[in-house]
Design a protein around this ligand. Structure first.
Ligand code: SF4
Length: 328
Protein backbone atom coordinates (compact mmCIF):
# COMPACT_ATOMS: atom_id res chain seq x y z
CA UNK A 1 0.00 0.00 0.00
CA UNK A 2 1.39 3.41 -0.97
CA UNK A 3 0.77 5.97 1.71
CA UNK A 4 1.36 9.70 1.27
CA UNK A 5 4.15 11.34 3.19
CA UNK A 6 2.73 12.10 6.65
CA UNK A 7 1.59 15.56 7.58
CA UNK A 8 2.61 15.91 11.20
CA UNK A 9 0.30 17.79 13.50
CA UNK A 10 3.17 18.58 15.83
CA UNK A 11 6.80 17.90 16.45
CA UNK A 12 7.98 17.70 20.05
CA UNK A 13 11.66 18.51 20.43
CA UNK A 14 13.54 17.84 23.66
CA UNK A 15 16.13 20.57 23.31
CA UNK A 16 18.15 19.51 26.34
CA UNK A 17 18.24 16.87 29.06
CA UNK A 18 19.62 19.35 31.63
CA UNK A 19 17.26 20.63 34.29
CA UNK A 20 17.45 22.94 37.31
CA UNK A 21 14.63 21.13 39.11
CA UNK A 22 14.66 17.71 40.71
CA UNK A 23 11.01 16.68 40.54
CA UNK A 24 10.42 13.36 42.22
CA UNK A 25 7.68 12.58 39.67
CA UNK A 26 9.91 13.35 36.63
CA UNK A 27 9.21 10.69 34.02
CA UNK A 28 12.11 11.57 31.76
CA UNK A 29 13.84 8.29 31.19
CA UNK A 30 17.34 9.72 31.55
CA UNK A 31 16.50 10.77 35.13
CA UNK A 32 15.53 7.33 36.30
CA UNK A 33 17.54 4.36 37.50
CA UNK A 34 19.86 3.48 34.66
CA UNK A 35 19.00 -0.18 34.24
CA UNK A 36 19.91 0.13 30.57
CA UNK A 37 22.27 2.78 29.21
CA UNK A 38 20.39 5.76 27.80
CA UNK A 39 22.14 8.12 25.40
CA UNK A 40 23.06 11.55 26.79
CA UNK A 41 24.00 14.77 25.09
CA UNK A 42 22.59 17.09 22.48
CA UNK A 43 23.31 18.41 19.02
CA UNK A 44 25.18 21.70 18.66
CA UNK A 45 23.34 24.75 17.31
CA UNK A 46 24.17 24.22 13.66
CA UNK A 47 23.18 20.57 13.66
CA UNK A 48 20.03 21.30 15.67
CA UNK A 49 18.87 23.86 13.13
CA UNK A 50 19.78 21.52 10.29
CA UNK A 51 17.74 18.75 11.89
CA UNK A 52 14.74 20.98 12.54
CA UNK A 53 14.84 22.41 9.01
CA UNK A 54 14.93 18.92 7.51
CA UNK A 55 12.15 17.68 9.77
CA UNK A 56 9.90 20.63 8.92
CA UNK A 57 10.36 20.18 5.18
CA UNK A 58 9.89 16.42 5.23
CA UNK A 59 6.85 16.38 7.51
CA UNK A 60 5.08 19.61 6.48
CA UNK A 61 4.76 20.35 10.18
CA UNK A 62 3.94 23.89 11.34
CA UNK A 63 3.84 23.42 15.09
CA UNK A 64 6.82 22.63 17.29
CA UNK A 65 6.79 22.10 21.05
CA UNK A 66 10.14 22.74 22.72
CA UNK A 67 10.66 20.82 25.92
CA UNK A 68 13.42 19.15 27.93
CA UNK A 69 14.73 18.92 30.62
CA UNK A 70 14.45 22.65 31.05
CA UNK A 71 14.64 24.37 27.64
CA UNK A 72 15.62 27.74 29.13
CA UNK A 73 18.94 26.24 30.23
CA UNK A 74 19.97 25.96 26.60
CA UNK A 75 21.99 29.06 25.66
CA UNK A 76 20.95 29.00 22.00
CA UNK A 77 17.22 28.61 22.69
CA UNK A 78 16.34 32.05 21.31
CA UNK A 79 18.30 31.26 18.17
CA UNK A 80 16.33 28.04 17.73
CA UNK A 81 13.04 29.89 18.22
CA UNK A 82 14.07 32.61 15.74
CA UNK A 83 14.80 29.87 13.22
CA UNK A 84 11.29 28.49 13.71
CA UNK A 85 9.76 31.96 13.60
CA UNK A 86 11.39 32.61 10.23
CA UNK A 87 9.71 29.45 8.94
CA UNK A 88 6.32 30.55 10.26
CA UNK A 89 6.18 27.68 12.70
CA UNK A 90 4.00 27.99 15.80
CA UNK A 91 6.01 27.37 18.95
CA UNK A 92 4.88 26.05 22.32
CA UNK A 93 7.35 26.07 25.20
CA UNK A 94 7.20 23.62 28.09
CA UNK A 95 9.23 24.98 31.00
CA UNK A 96 9.31 24.80 34.78
CA UNK A 97 9.25 28.61 34.75
CA UNK A 98 12.22 29.12 37.07
CA UNK A 99 14.19 31.18 34.54
CA UNK A 100 11.21 32.85 32.93
CA UNK A 101 11.81 36.34 34.25
CA UNK A 102 10.47 39.52 32.65
CA UNK A 103 13.36 39.83 30.19
CA UNK A 104 13.14 36.24 29.05
CA UNK A 105 9.35 36.34 28.80
CA UNK A 106 9.59 39.41 26.57
CA UNK A 107 12.25 37.80 24.37
CA UNK A 108 10.14 34.68 23.93
CA UNK A 109 6.85 36.45 23.29
CA UNK A 110 8.55 38.77 20.79
CA UNK A 111 9.85 35.72 18.95
CA UNK A 112 6.36 34.35 18.62
CA UNK A 113 6.13 31.71 21.34
CA UNK A 114 2.39 31.27 21.33
CA UNK A 115 1.84 29.08 24.35
CA UNK A 116 3.69 28.46 27.60
CA UNK A 117 3.03 25.24 29.49
CA UNK A 118 4.07 25.74 33.11
CA UNK A 119 3.68 23.44 36.13
CA UNK A 120 1.36 24.41 38.96
CA UNK A 121 1.34 21.52 41.39
CA UNK A 122 -0.58 23.03 44.30
CA UNK A 123 -2.02 26.23 45.70
CA UNK A 124 0.39 25.63 48.60
CA UNK A 125 3.98 26.78 48.20
CA UNK A 126 5.55 24.01 50.28
CA UNK A 127 3.80 21.25 48.37
CA UNK A 128 4.81 22.58 44.96
CA UNK A 129 8.39 23.12 46.13
CA UNK A 130 8.63 19.65 47.66
CA UNK A 131 7.41 17.96 44.48
CA UNK A 132 9.78 20.10 42.39
CA UNK A 133 12.74 19.38 44.64
CA UNK A 134 13.64 23.10 44.73
CA UNK A 135 12.84 25.84 47.20
CA UNK A 136 11.32 28.85 45.49
CA UNK A 137 9.86 26.92 42.57
CA UNK A 138 6.27 27.96 43.37
CA UNK A 139 7.12 31.65 43.63
CA UNK A 140 9.12 31.42 40.42
CA UNK A 141 6.39 29.75 38.39
CA UNK A 142 3.72 32.18 39.56
CA UNK A 143 6.03 35.07 38.65
CA UNK A 144 6.59 33.43 35.26
CA UNK A 145 2.84 33.18 34.67
CA UNK A 146 2.41 36.83 35.58
CA UNK A 147 5.32 37.86 33.32
CA UNK A 148 3.82 36.02 30.35
CA UNK A 149 0.27 37.24 30.96
CA UNK A 150 1.39 40.87 31.31
CA UNK A 151 2.71 40.53 27.77
CA UNK A 152 -0.59 38.96 26.67
CA UNK A 153 1.06 35.58 26.23
CA UNK A 154 -0.94 32.39 26.71
CA UNK A 155 -0.37 30.02 29.63
CA UNK A 156 -1.48 26.47 30.33
CA UNK A 157 -0.99 25.28 33.92
CA UNK A 158 0.10 21.66 34.22
CA UNK A 159 -1.00 19.85 37.38
CA UNK A 160 0.72 16.50 37.93
CA UNK A 161 -1.63 14.54 40.17
CA UNK A 162 0.28 12.57 42.78
CA UNK A 163 -0.72 11.34 46.24
CA UNK A 164 1.01 14.43 47.65
CA UNK A 165 -1.19 16.98 45.90
CA UNK A 166 -4.17 15.31 44.25
CA UNK A 167 -6.53 16.74 46.88
CA UNK A 168 -5.45 20.24 45.86
CA UNK A 169 -6.81 20.16 42.34
CA UNK A 170 -9.79 22.46 42.95
CA UNK A 171 -7.75 25.18 44.69
CA UNK A 172 -4.96 24.85 42.17
CA UNK A 173 -7.35 25.35 39.26
CA UNK A 174 -8.69 28.40 41.07
CA UNK A 175 -5.18 29.79 41.41
CA UNK A 176 -4.40 29.10 37.75
CA UNK A 177 -7.62 30.87 36.79
CA UNK A 178 -6.66 33.86 38.94
CA UNK A 179 -3.33 34.08 37.13
CA UNK A 180 -5.05 34.10 33.76
CA UNK A 181 -4.24 30.58 32.60
CA UNK A 182 -6.02 29.65 29.39
CA UNK A 183 -6.47 26.09 30.57
CA UNK A 184 -5.28 23.44 32.99
CA UNK A 185 -3.83 20.04 32.30
CA UNK A 186 -4.70 17.39 34.85
CA UNK A 187 -1.93 14.86 34.34
CA UNK A 188 -2.20 11.84 36.55
CA UNK A 189 1.21 10.73 37.80
CA UNK A 190 2.83 8.72 35.04
CA UNK A 191 5.33 6.27 36.60
CA UNK A 192 8.63 6.52 34.74
CA UNK A 193 12.08 7.97 35.12
CA UNK A 194 12.71 9.16 38.66
CA UNK A 195 9.04 8.61 39.51
CA UNK A 196 9.66 4.87 39.51
CA UNK A 197 11.71 5.33 42.69
CA UNK A 198 8.81 7.08 44.46
CA UNK A 199 5.84 4.93 43.55
CA UNK A 200 4.52 4.41 47.08
CA UNK A 201 4.50 8.10 47.92
CA UNK A 202 3.31 9.37 44.53
CA UNK A 203 0.97 6.89 42.86
CA UNK A 204 -2.67 7.78 43.63
CA UNK A 205 -5.30 5.09 43.94
CA UNK A 206 -8.13 4.79 41.46
CA UNK A 207 -10.50 6.17 44.08
CA UNK A 208 -8.25 9.17 44.71
CA UNK A 209 -8.20 9.90 40.98
CA UNK A 210 -11.97 9.52 40.82
CA UNK A 211 -12.48 12.01 43.69
CA UNK A 212 -10.02 14.46 42.12
CA UNK A 213 -11.87 14.28 38.81
CA UNK A 214 -15.08 15.24 40.60
CA UNK A 215 -13.28 18.28 42.04
CA UNK A 216 -11.76 19.13 38.65
CA UNK A 217 -15.18 18.81 37.02
CA UNK A 218 -16.62 21.25 39.58
CA UNK A 219 -13.75 23.71 39.04
CA UNK A 220 -14.06 23.57 35.26
CA UNK A 221 -17.78 24.27 35.50
CA UNK A 222 -17.42 27.05 38.07
CA UNK A 223 -14.51 28.93 36.50
CA UNK A 224 -15.30 28.15 32.88
CA UNK A 225 -11.71 27.05 32.34
CA UNK A 226 -10.92 24.09 30.06
CA UNK A 227 -9.30 21.16 31.87
CA UNK A 228 -7.78 18.37 29.82
CA UNK A 229 -6.56 15.03 31.10
CA UNK A 230 -3.91 14.33 28.54
CA UNK A 231 -2.19 11.42 30.29
CA UNK A 232 -4.60 8.57 29.53
CA UNK A 233 -7.05 7.62 32.27
CA UNK A 234 -8.18 4.08 31.70
CA UNK A 235 -11.90 4.08 30.82
CA UNK A 236 -12.14 0.50 32.08
CA UNK A 237 -11.38 1.82 35.60
CA UNK A 238 -13.13 5.19 35.63
CA UNK A 239 -16.31 6.15 33.81
CA UNK A 240 -15.15 9.22 31.89
CA UNK A 241 -18.72 10.17 30.90
CA UNK A 242 -19.30 11.39 34.44
CA UNK A 243 -17.09 14.42 33.83
CA UNK A 244 -18.62 16.33 30.90
CA UNK A 245 -16.57 19.49 31.53
CA UNK A 246 -13.27 17.62 31.29
CA UNK A 247 -11.64 16.43 28.11
CA UNK A 248 -9.79 13.16 28.01
CA UNK A 249 -7.02 12.31 25.64
CA UNK A 250 -4.88 9.42 24.73
CA UNK A 251 -1.16 9.50 24.05
CA UNK A 252 -0.57 12.33 21.56
CA UNK A 253 1.91 10.17 19.71
CA UNK A 254 -0.83 7.76 18.68
CA UNK A 255 -3.96 9.90 18.31
CA UNK A 256 -2.69 12.76 16.19
CA UNK A 257 0.35 12.69 13.93
CA UNK A 258 2.98 13.77 16.43
CA UNK A 259 6.60 12.73 16.81
CA UNK A 260 8.79 13.36 19.83
CA UNK A 261 12.47 13.97 19.11
CA UNK A 262 15.39 13.65 21.53
CA UNK A 263 18.13 16.32 21.80
CA UNK A 264 20.36 14.30 19.47
CA UNK A 265 17.69 13.89 16.83
CA UNK A 266 16.28 10.41 17.26
CA UNK A 267 12.60 9.61 17.70
CA UNK A 268 11.45 8.24 21.03
CA UNK A 269 8.29 6.18 20.86
CA UNK A 270 6.49 3.74 23.07
CA UNK A 271 6.66 0.97 20.49
CA UNK A 272 6.76 -1.77 23.07
CA UNK A 273 3.62 -0.55 24.81
CA UNK A 274 1.65 -0.33 21.57
CA UNK A 275 2.68 -3.81 20.50
CA UNK A 276 1.64 -5.14 23.87
CA UNK A 277 -1.83 -3.67 23.55
CA UNK A 278 -2.23 -4.75 19.92
CA UNK A 279 -1.39 -8.27 21.00
CA UNK A 280 -3.27 -8.62 24.25
CA UNK A 281 -6.26 -6.26 24.22
CA UNK A 282 -9.73 -7.21 23.00
CA UNK A 283 -12.18 -5.27 20.83
CA UNK A 284 -13.10 -2.44 20.89
CA UNK A 285 -9.86 -1.41 22.65
CA UNK A 286 -7.82 -3.53 20.27
CA UNK A 287 -9.22 -1.64 17.27
CA UNK A 288 -8.01 1.61 18.82
CA UNK A 289 -4.48 0.25 19.23
CA UNK A 290 -4.50 -1.19 15.73
CA UNK A 291 -5.33 2.21 14.31
CA UNK A 292 -2.56 3.65 16.48
CA UNK A 293 -0.12 1.03 15.23
CA UNK A 294 -0.95 1.92 11.64
CA UNK A 295 -0.58 5.65 12.31
CA UNK A 296 2.77 5.24 14.05
CA UNK A 297 4.20 2.84 11.51
CA UNK A 298 3.12 5.11 8.64
CA UNK A 299 5.15 7.92 10.17
CA UNK A 300 8.17 5.82 11.04
CA UNK A 301 8.59 4.03 7.74
CA UNK A 302 9.99 7.28 6.31
CA UNK A 303 12.77 7.35 8.89
CA UNK A 304 15.98 5.33 8.88
CA UNK A 305 16.02 2.92 11.80
CA UNK A 306 19.10 4.54 13.34
CA UNK A 307 17.01 7.69 13.81
CA UNK A 308 14.47 5.94 15.97
CA UNK A 309 15.19 5.28 19.60
CA UNK A 310 13.07 2.70 21.41
CA UNK A 311 13.22 -0.10 23.87
CA UNK A 312 13.08 -2.50 20.96
CA UNK A 313 15.01 -2.41 17.76
CA UNK A 314 13.12 0.20 15.79
CA UNK A 315 13.26 -1.76 12.56
CA UNK A 316 11.75 -4.87 14.14
CA UNK A 317 9.21 -2.75 16.01
CA UNK A 318 7.98 -0.94 12.91
CA UNK A 319 7.70 -4.17 10.93
CA UNK A 320 5.68 -5.76 13.69
CA UNK A 321 3.41 -2.75 13.99
CA UNK A 322 2.65 -2.78 10.28
CA UNK A 323 2.15 -6.53 10.23
CA UNK A 324 -0.27 -6.32 13.16
CA UNK A 325 -2.25 -3.53 11.56
CA UNK A 326 -2.40 -5.17 8.13
CA UNK A 327 -3.36 -8.56 9.51
CA UNK A 328 -6.61 -7.30 10.94
S1 SF4 B 1 9.62 17.16 35.43
FE1 SF4 B 1 10.48 18.77 34.12
S2 SF4 B 1 11.11 20.37 35.55
FE2 SF4 B 1 10.86 18.51 36.76
S3 SF4 B 1 12.92 17.53 36.82
FE3 SF4 B 1 11.79 16.64 35.07
S4 SF4 B 1 12.40 17.88 33.32
FE4 SF4 B 1 12.92 19.05 35.17
Amino acid sequence: MNLPRPHLHSLIFEVTQDCNHACNYCYNVWRGPQTTPYPRGQLDTARTLELLGKALVETRCFHVTLTGGEPLLRPDLLQIIEFLQQRRVQVTLISNGHLLDETMALALVERGVGLFELPLLSHRREVHDALSGVQGAWDAVLAAMANVRLLHGQVIAAFVATRQNIEHIYETVRLAFAFGARGVMFNRFNPGGRGREHLAELLPTVDEVRVALVAAEAAAAEFGIPISCSIPIQPCLIDLDRYPHLSFGFCAAVTVPTLPSTPWGTCALAITAILFWVTFSKPPLRNFWLRSAWSISSQLRHLPAQHVHGAWSARVGVKLLRRSAMAS
